[in-house]
Design a protein around this ligand. Structure first.
Ligand code: 13P
Ligand code: SF4
Length: 330
């Protein structure tokens, strides 16, 4: 069923999600495709996906998938990494404009210039990049980390080398603290995690005295210092699942993360930070990633039907492939 809504924009039309899901199922079979969805995309996409996960698991799922086509519901750098690690597969992404403020903050030419400057100053370093970077930037780096493998990878950097960590200054600062390695930090930040307000968090804690705070390491230090648990999205899932007694969690990450947490560990209650505003009990939606939110069921259907947008192989992917394979697959 397709219904045009009475709207001033003639291009907006509503389609029944159940019809869309049936169509997606049919197109998946026709195209020999699987759907991968990050924990930050809409719950209804996660529910129809063949695999959900954090950046690390999804990159590995893309390699392991036997299907010839992958629809990657996430953001551009995720689809790009999947293509680099599985060049023979067709990688479709629902919206080519789904970017990332971290990836945007560290363009390859700026990184190359900074690396040259550091070398000219006598620094002997290796560059460790968060996976939230473009392939061109990855190709200038020695290691790639995700929130799921960062500590292990940093342990692989020779101890006599300095570390240039790009592009997330908050994740870098946190990793420097937990690994004891001194780091030169690139000044990037995630636009979602950066805006959490300490004041709102403290107010939420005060209103919910027995709550536990779980926070993504992309959050600034001022938030992390109030956290009971710090970890990436998969580690958050494992943590809440490990607690059998019902708890109240204040969740300091992208708000959609509550969907997989609730699904895996429904015994708990989850409140997004800064979900509770003052004393009126209202919630806000300012903690949604606008890039992840570009993924919709309609666009998943469209890309399966049309075979585009597609991430195509670029010559500079070859160098990024070496570093991605070494970091994520070995
Ligand atoms: P993880 O799911 O790997 O923790 O990453 C979070 C994120 O910001 C993805 O863009
Ligand atoms: Fe990038 Fe932040 Fe969105 Fe993740 S949540 S894709 S880091 S902007």
């Amino acid at each position: 069923m397709s219904l045009s809504l009475p709207t001033t924009s003639p291009s907006i039309s509503w389609e029944d999600p159940l019809d869309l899901m049936d169509e997606i199922d049919r197109l998946k079979k026709e195209r020999d495709a699987v759907i991968l969805a990050h924990f930050y995309v809409d719950g209804e996409i996660q529910d129809i996906a063949d695999h959900t996960g954090d950046s690390l698991k999804l990159a590995r799922d893309a390699v392991r998938a036997s299907a010839s086509t992958i629809v990657f519901a996430g953001v551009h750098f995720m689809g790009e990494s999947a293509k680099i690690l599985s060049p023979q597969k067709t990688i479709l992404i629902p919206d080519l404009q789904a970017g990332c403020s971290l990836a945007d903050s560290c363009p390859a030419p700026s990184l190359a210039a900074y690396q040259a400057q550091l070398r000219s100053q006598g620094h002997d370093f290796q560059t460790v990049a968060y996976i939230n970077t473009t392939a061109a930037t990855k190709s200038l780096c020695d290691w790639i980390v995700t929130s799921g493998n960062a500590r292990e990878i940093i342990d692989r950097v020779p101890p006599d080398k300095e570390i240039l960590f790009v592009p997330d200054q908050h994740l870098g600062r946190y990793l420097s603290e937990v690994t004891g390695r001194k780091m030169i930090l690139w000044p990037g930040a995630c636009q979602v995690h950066e805006i959490f307000s300490v004041q709102d968090l403290l107010r939420a804690k005060k209103n919910n005295p027995h709550s536990l705070v779980i926070a993504h390491p992309e959050c600034p230090h001022a938030i992390l210092e109030h956290a009971d648990f710090i970890g990436g999205t998969e580690k958050m899932r494992q943590y809440v699942a490990s607690l059998a007694e019902p708890k109240l969690f204040l969740v300091a990450t992208e708000a959609t993360m509550i969907h997989p947490l609730q699904k895996l560990a429904p015994q708990h209650t989850y409140i997004p930070v800064p979900g509770i505003m003052a004393s009126d009990g209202k919630t806000c939606a300012c903690n949604r990633c606008p890039h992840m939110a570009r993924n919709t069921l309609q666009k998943v259907r469209d890309c399966l039907r049309d075979g585009r947008p597609e991430i195509t192989w670029q010559p500079y992917f070859e160098k990024a492939r070496e570093v991605l394979e070494r970091s994520l697959l070995k």
